[in-house]
Design a protein around this ligand. Structure first.
Ligand code: ZN
Length: 193
């Protein structure tokens, strides 16, 4: 690849969860072998939820849950296995999963924040903890030193993304861009635009 960022290739570092540091070129090779490594945060969370499985529960499957949720016949609820310890919050969890599903597809919801609102003890923190543990052990790569741990491929300038797409079949989101901190480091530490 004819890259203005050749020096960045050699000096810019990306970091593995176990603190192993790779160059961007090494990371690109990993992605070529396993394109699944590149995911937005929303997609990563959504996949972690779906990976654990889910089922549709109707009033006759679980009369107790039907009573709690006010389920009527023909009004099923989706129960996600990851949240099996959050009995009674199935409707709220459906909404949360719906948010991650829509955001993972790159729509407008991916630019919205998710706020959990409710009285103390209503399960907000435990839902977040469950999501945290669902991601535990995932192989996640990010730019070393980036405050938002962004996707290393964001370091590719827009001018080279077509080449990335055609040559390596890697398509970045149209919003994928370096955060201000990384942009500043690119200019000051690596002397590159
Ligand atoms: Zn950054």
């Amino acid at each position: 690849m004819l890259f203005l960022i050749q020096n960045v290739y050699n000096s810019r570092r990306v970091k593995m969860q176990n603190d192993e540091v790779l160059t961007l070129e090494e990371y690109l090779n990993l992605v070529r072998a396993n394109p699944n490594l590149v995911k937005t945060a929303h997609k990563r969370v959504y996949d972690a939820i779906i990976k654990k499985g889910y089922k549709t529960v109707s009033a006759k499957d679980d009369p107790r849950l039907a009573k709690i949720l006010g389920l009527k016949n023909g009004d099923p609820v989706t129960v996600y296995n990851l949240f099996e310890n959050h009995y009674g919050l199935e409707r709220e969890i459906e909404n949360i999963v719906g948010y991650f599903r829509a955001a993972s597809l790159g729509g407008e919801s991916s630019r919205l924040f998710l706020f959990l609102v409710g009285p103390p003890g209503s399960g907000k923190s435990s839902i977040v903890r469950t999501l945290y543990w669902a991601l535990h052990g995932e192989e996640i790569y990010h730019i070393d030193g980036c405050p938002i741990r962004e996707e290393p491929l964001n370091a590719f300038p827009r001018a080279y993304r077509k080449e990335l797409e055609e040559k390596h079949k890697i398509v970045l989101s149209e919003w994928a861009d370096l955060c201000p901190v990384c942009r500043h480091r690119l200019k000051t530490e690596f002397n590159s635009d």
